[in-house]
Design a protein around this ligand. Structure first.
Ligand code: ATP
Ligand code: MG
Length: 479
C-alpha cells in the first residue's frame, strides 16, 4: 500500500491515514503495540508505541523500546512543534519521536536533554524511504539500537509520576506479550479462537436483547466460555441478566463501573475489572453492564479518538478467557453501534421482518459499507462478516408461516442482498416472561430474570435457541 499525502486534509486524517493505516503497520507495530491519546501528567501524546520484546520492560533509565508519534495539521509548520516534542522525549526519557504533518516526516532522537533531527523526508517520498525509517524506529530495530546515555541531571521527581503511569501501560503491554508467548507455547490453534459477535439492527424492539441473552445461555450450556457486553444505554441486557438488583438509585452499584469505563480509559478498567458474574443462567455468565448514564457521556466519548479502538484492544487481553463474546447494541447509528461493529468479527441482524425493520436494513448496509468497514480497513481488520438476518418475534400462526413468512424471507435476500439465517425465533409468551421474573424478599419485589433455558427448559423457544446456537457455532467455525 502506498501513501498519498494529498488525502490528508486535517490532523485527524494525518493520524488515521498516515500513522494508523500506513506508518504503524509498515513499521511492524500491530494494534496491540500502540496507544492513542495517552495522557501522562500534563503531557498528552497523540501516539505512544512499544517495541517491547523482552520483558519485564524497565522504565528507570531507558525507555528505548518506546516511540512517540505526533501528528499535526497539514498546514502546520513542524518547526513550531519541535520544542514540545523535546519536552515529551526528555521528560519521559523516550529516545525517538516522529513528527509529521503528512507533507513532511521528521524523526528526532533524544540526546541528553535535547533532541536532534536524524531523519527527514517529504510525505510524497515516504514509500521510497520506508526502509530507512524502519531502521531507525521500526519495531524490530528499536530494541536493537544501542542504549542512550542517561542524562545526569535527569529530574527524578517529574520522572516518578510519569513512570507510574507509563508502567501501567507497560503492564498492559506485558500482559499482551505474555499472552502471545504463553498461548504460542500452549496451543497455537486456540490463540485466535475467541469470536466476537455483534447483535445489531438500527430498528428498535426487534429482539436484539432477547437474542443476546438467550444465545449466550444456549452457548454456555454447551460449555463455551461466554462474555456478554451491553453497549446500549437502555441497559436492557444488564437488566435481563439480573445485574440490576436495586429498587432505589441510591443503591445503584453499576454507575461507577460499567462499559463507559472500559471505553473511556485506554490503560485502565480492563474487561475482567468491569465484568460481573451473572446468575441469570446456569452456568453463570460474565457480563459487562451498561447504565442509563451512558447516554450523557456520548459527547465526551465521541471527543476522544481512543474510544473507537478501546474495546478492540481490551478484548485482545481476554482472548484466552472466552470462546464467544456477544455484544448488545442500541437501535441507532451512533458511537455505541460503531464501537461493537468495528470490534466484532461477526454480525447478526435480528429482525421481525416487518416493513420498517426491512427499510432499516438499507441503513444498516450503508452504515457498514460507508463507516464501519472503511474504519476496519484503516485498522487492517477484515470487513465484518454478516451471519445473516435472524427472523425474531415471528408469528407462529400456521397460515402465516406457510404463506407469508417465505415471501418475507425471499424479499430480504432479493431486495437487500442479505442472507437470512435458517433458524427462526417465533413470538412466544415464555420468552417475554422469563425476563420479567421476580422474587419476593420481605416486602420487596426483586427482579430475578432468567434465561429461557432455566425458566422453561422444555419450551419451543429453548429448542429454537438451541438451533440458533448450533447454526452460529457452525458458521463461526467452532463446531
Ligand atoms: N420471540 C419473542 N417472543 C415474545 N416476545 C419477545 C420475543 N422477542 C422479544 N420479545 C419481547 O419484545 C420486546 C423487545 O425485545 P428486545 O428487547 O429483545 O428487542 P431489542 O431489539 O433489543 O429492543 P431495543 O432496540 O429497544 O434494544 C421485549 O419486551 C421482549 O421481551
Ligand atoms: Mg435491546
Amino acid at each position: 500500500m502506498s501513501f498519498n499525502p494529498d488525502l490528508c486534509r486535517n490532523e485527524s486524517e494525518v493520524e488515521s491515514k498516515l500513522i494508523v493505516s500506513y506508518l504503524l503497520p509498515k513499521l511492524g507495530y500491530g494494534i496491540e503495540h500502540w496507544h492513542q491519546e495517552v495522557t501522562l501528567g500534563s503531557i498528552r501524546l497523540d501516539f505512544l508505541s512499544f517495541a517491547a520484546q523482552q520483558l519485564p520492560c524497565r522504565l528507570d533509565g531507558d525507555s528505548s523500546l518506546a516511540l512517540v508519534l505526533e501528528a499535526k495539521h497539514p498546514r502546520q509548520n513542524l518547526d513550531r512543534h519541535q520544542r514540545k516534542l523535546r519536552r515529551y522525549l526528555t521528560s519521559m526519557n523516550v529516545r525517538y519521536g516522529l513528527l509529521t504533518n503528512a507533507k513532511e516526516i521528521r524523526i528526532y532522537k533524544r540526546e541528553g536533554n535535547d533532541i536532534k533531527l536524524v531523519f527527514k523526508c517529504w510525505g510524497s517520498e515516504v514509500d521510497d524511504k520506508i526502509e530507512e525509517i524502519k531502521e531507525l524506529v521500526g519495531r524490530n530495530y528499536l530494541g536493537l539500537n544501542p542504549k542512550p546515555n542517561i542524562p545526569k541531571n535527569y529530574d527524578n521527581t517529574t520522572k516518578s509520576e510519569t513512570k507510574k503511569i507509563v508502567s501501567n501501560i507497560l503492564e498492559n503491554q506485558a500482559k499482551l506479550v505474555n499472552l502471545e508467548t504463553e498461548s504460542n507455547q500452549i496451543n497455537q490453534s486456540r490463540r485466535n479462537s475467541m469470536k466476537v459477535i455483534a447483535i445489531y439492527h438500527n430498528k428498535g424492539g426487534v429482539g436484539k436483547t432477547t437474542t443476546v441473552v438467550n444465545l449466550a445461555a444456549a452457548l454456555s450450556k454447551k460449555g463455551y466460555r461466554i462474555l456478554v457486553i451491553d453497549l446500549d444505554s437502555q441497559a436492557n441486557t444488564t437488566f435481563a441478566t439480573g445485574l440490576i438488583q436495586f429498587n432505589d438509585e441510591q443503591f445503584d452499584d453499576i454507575k461507577d463501573s460499567y462499559i463507559y469505563h472500559v471505553l473511556r480509559y485506554d490503560e485502565y478498567c480492563s474487561i475482567p475489572e468491569v465484568a460481573r458474574v451473572s446468575k441469570f443462567n446456569n452456568p453463570e455468565i460474565d457480563v459487562v453492564p451498561s447504565h442509563i448514564n451512558l447516554m450523557d457521556v456520548e459527547g465526551e466519548l465521541n471527543g476522544l479518538r481512543s474510544t473507537q479502538t478501546a474495546l478492540i484492544k481490551k478484548l485482545k487481553l481476554v482472548e484466552e478467557k472466552y470462546d464467544v463474546v456477544l455484544i448488545d447494541t442500541p437501535p441507532s447509528l451512533n458511537l455505541y453501534a460503531f464501537v461493537p461493529l468495528v470490534s466484532a468479527n461477526y454480525l447478526i441482524i435480528p429482525s421481525d421482518l416487518k416493513p420498517f425493520a426491512n427499510q432499516g436494513l438499507s441503513n444498516v448496509k450503508n452504515y457498514l459499507q460507508r463507516d464501519v468497514n472503511r474504519f476496519r480497513q484503516m485498522m487492517n481488520k477484515p470487513d465484518i462478516e454478516l451471519l445473516g438476518v435472524l427472523p425474531c418475534k415471528i408469528n407462529h400462526n400456521y397460515k402465516f408461516v406457510q404463506y407469508t413468512l417465505p415471501k418475507q424471507i425471499q424479499a430480504i435476500s432479493r431486495r437487500y442482498e442479505i442472507s437470512v439465517m435458517e433458524t427462526i425465533i417465533f413470538q412466544r409468551e415464555e420468552l417475554a416472561k422469563c425476563i420479567d421474573k421476580t422474587r419476593e424478599v420481605g416486602d420487596l419485589i426483586i427482579p430475578e430474570p432468567s434465561s429461557i433455558f432455566d425458566y422453561a427448559p422444555d419450551s419451543a423457544s429453548c429448542q429454537e435457541f438451541e438451533l440458533l446456537a448450533n447454526e452460529v457455532l457452525n458458521k463461526i467455525g467452532l463446531q
